[in-house]
Design a protein around this ligand. Structure first.
Ligand code: NAP
Length: 486
């Protein structure tokens, strides 16, 4: 049993219309991926629960959207304060259900909360416009109005932040939300509801329906006539399906989908820095982030030095249960994810990859995998084309800037890209030529509530963070006012 300072944060029922609701179609079992133990039995909601939640959200929208932004902001800010005050407990819940090291989990809680704080401030500043008139008896104005009920589906890899990045701006704008969190990690989502309830966010504004029948709940959230907008974070394959479902009722959509991030190190880079950030971007959350460096390209003249240093840095990672002191690499989310590592490795080795470190399951338990370093990577290998989503670093070499930019862009994905060089002209050229929604030079750290995070190409539509992250929750209305001179 988890030892929380505030045990009331451990919620196992759905949160619908301000009530904790049991029933559903049974229970979802939540496992600790570090040891396989069942840590919770959570209500398994179904399409009927999702429909009831959408109807509650539609009722709540009538009053919430009309509440002055200042008042909404006060309640949302209180929610933020409660999340920050309970960050240790929320982090512990996340480590228990998701596996990431506790320090990383608490970092995610604070990162997610920063979006809630930012949008509580930002909603007070969203403005329409007065447009110079085209005739003296008319006046032209635009209003920004909350779009309506928002359906959200979120993944397990960031069980708290992916909800905060959607729900924060949505409710700040005056929308109401119905969220289906991933059934692997529902406890983080439900604890956020408990704190929203304590903050006084009214019934129906924030609803969470956990459910194992994702297709059935997904249909409600993408097709119910009361849903005005749908926001999804997850894989590109599922994003395509949900986008098609949204087409039947022409919903506004935001999609944060998969990535295949290039990590490019030029020969004039600060190699020590490039290695440090490479390990951070590759192994964060055991390699399970959409912006993990996936294809590591190193200019051939420095390849040996870089690979040696990278190997040393990887060897210093501590693979352990996320609650262990000093843990830097926890387990993968489930055994299916481990099987995928086995498959990618078998394919790469068969096609000539050289295994410098790791390459197999870790003795710590069923979901652990050894941090792995591979060289001799060729473009026909699966891991050179697909999201690896695990702790395998695969290094390729290149000769020229033109060549590596072309190779980096040769993918259907366009989420994040990293490069290291001290040549300022190259910094500008490469940042402009990479076909990605996010480019990060000379660092592996970029994500913040104050800037837009979003993918190009098949990595998504829209952005979370910055002014862009709230804009999509408003609809623009044009008011043409006549009869002024009468
Ligand atoms: P996934 O397989 O697409 O699943 C995401 C969520 O969608 C899960 O909760 C899943 O629930 C649900 N889902 C699956 N099929 C559905 C359907 N037909 N209808 C409704 N819901 C459905 O992705 P994942 O493997 O969990 O997450 C990792 C992916 O997310 C990676 O590709 C990663 O790059 C991406 N990601 C992107 C961002 C970003 O900001 N761009 C951030 C984080 C993650 P069930 O599992 O129960 O079916």
């Amino acid at each position: 049993m988890l030892n929380l300072q505030d045990s009331a944060l451990f919620r196992t029922e759905n949160y619908i219309d301000g009530q904790w609701v049991s029933g559903g179609i049974g229970h979802v079992l939540v496992h600790n991926p570090a040891n396989g133990e069942v840590i919770a039995k959570v209500t398994d909601g179904d399409a009927d629960d999702a429909t009831i939640a959408v109807e509650a959200a539609a009722r709540a929208f009538k009053t919430w959207s009309r509440m002055p932004a200042q008042q909404r902001a006060t309640l949302i800010r209180l929610w933020y304060d409660l999340i920050m005050a309970n960050a240790d407990d929320l982090g512990a819940l996340m480590t228990a259900e998701q596996g990431k090291p506790l320090a990383e989990a608490i970092g995610e809680i604070e990162y997610g909360a920063s979006f809630i704080e930012y949008y509580a401030e930002e909603c007070k500043r969203v403005k329409g416009a007065t447009i110079p008139t085209i005739a003296n008896d008319r006046r032209l104005q635009t209003y920004k109005q909350a779009v309506g009920v928002v359906g959200c589906i979120t993944p397990w890899n960031f069980p708290s932040a992916m909800i905060a990045r959607k729900a924060g701006p949505a409710i700040a704008a005056g929308c109401t939300v119905v969220i289906k969190p991933d059934p692997n990690t529902p406890l983080s989502a439900l604890a956020l509801c408990e704190l929203a309830d304590r903050a006084g966010i009214p019934a129906g504004v924030l609803n969470v329906v956990v459910g194992s029948d994702s297709a059935a709940i997904g249909k409600v959230l993408t097709q119910h006539p009361d849903i005005a907008k749908f926001s999804f974070t997850g894989s590109t394959a599922v994003g395509r399906v949900l986008m098609a479902q949204c087409a039947t009722t022409v919903k506004k959509i935001s999609l944060e989908l998969g990535g295949n991030a290039p990590y490019i190190v030029f020969d004039d880079a600060d190699i020590a820095e490039a290695i440090t950030h490479c390990v951070a971007t590759k192994f964060r959350n055991c390699g399970q982030t959409c912006v993990c460096s996936n294809r590591i390209y190193v200019q051939s003249s420095i390849a040996e030095e870089f690979i040696t240093g990278l190997g040393e840095a990887i060897a210093a990672l501590k693979v352990a249960d996320g609650f262990a002191d000093g843990a830097t690499l926890g387990p993968l989310i489930n055994s299916k994810a481990v099987e995928k590592m086995d498959e990618l490795m078998a394919d790469a080795v068969e096609k000539g990859a050289k295994v410098l470190m790791g390459g197999k399951r870790h003795e710590l338990g069923q979901c652990f995998y050894e941090p792995t370093l591979l060289t001799n990577i060729s473009p026909d290998m699966r891991l050179a084309n697909e999201e690896i989503f695990g702790p395998i670093a695969a290094v390729q070499t290149f000769e020229t800037e033109e060549e590596v930019v072309a190779r980096a862009n040769d993918t259907e994905f366009g989420l994040a890209a990293y490069f290291f060089t001290r040549d300022v002209g190259r910094v500008m050229r490469v940042s402009e030529n990479l076909e990605y929604g996010i480019v990060c030079s000379n660092s592996g750290v970029f994500s913040t509530a104050v800037a837009p995070f979003g993918g190009w190409k098949q990595s998504g539509i829209g952005s979370e963070g910055g002014q862009e992250g709230i804009a999509d929750f408003y609809a623009t209305k044009f008011h043409s006012m006549g009869g002024i001179d009468r």
